[in-house]
Ligand binder design. Sequence first.
Ligand SMILES: N[C@@H](CCC(=O)N[C@@H](CS)C(=O)NCC(=O)O)C(=O)O
Length: 191
Amino acid sequence: MKLYFDPQSRSQVAKWMLDEAGADYEIVPTLLRDKAHKRPEFLKINPAGKVPALVDGHTRVFENAAICMYVAEKFPQKQLAPPPGSPDRGRYLSLMVYSTAQLEPAMGDSLLKIQSKNSARGWTNFEQAKDAVERELGAGPYLFGTRFTAADVMIGSMFIWHRAFGGRSNRPKIDAYIDRLQARPKGMKFG
Ligand SMILES: N[C@@H](CCC(=O)N[C@@H](CS)C(=O)NCC(=O)O)C(=O)O
């Protein structure tokens, strides 16, 4: 597998997932500062012109949530996702989509100090997203109890990213969860 990667970017989310899965992969440096993500050959992999992207033989995957789900499926023995047909599967799929459809834009709005009261835009504000994450986390330690999954990579990485940019969740329960995730031996790193 090849991971198209810029260390100073959300590419670290996909890398974290690959590392947790123990995957064997090659990093293809795709630096934003070189505009490598806008070159025609890269746009054939990710038409959106964003990193990360993953290529596995003839399969190409873009968007971190899709990459995480793909990797979890490729390494079922690592149990990084509830298997199809299991009772937790629906909640898992929901959290994977929620991470990127609601939490990611809400976190971005918060960092960029964008305020909109128009709920018609399709995503929530960051405080409400934190409420939802706290509810889903329950007693933890992870979103699926003692089992670490791709949902922790996607949800957790949003808060790790937020922290890296100087944000604070001001939620002790979320902060403790993020500390736990960052303390994992293969936890997400920056730079
Ligand atoms: N939702 C996307 C976000 C990817 C994304 O926004 N990547 C940024 C770097 S952090 C990027 O490539 N930006 C360059 C651009 O949009 O031109 C994902 O999770 O893969």
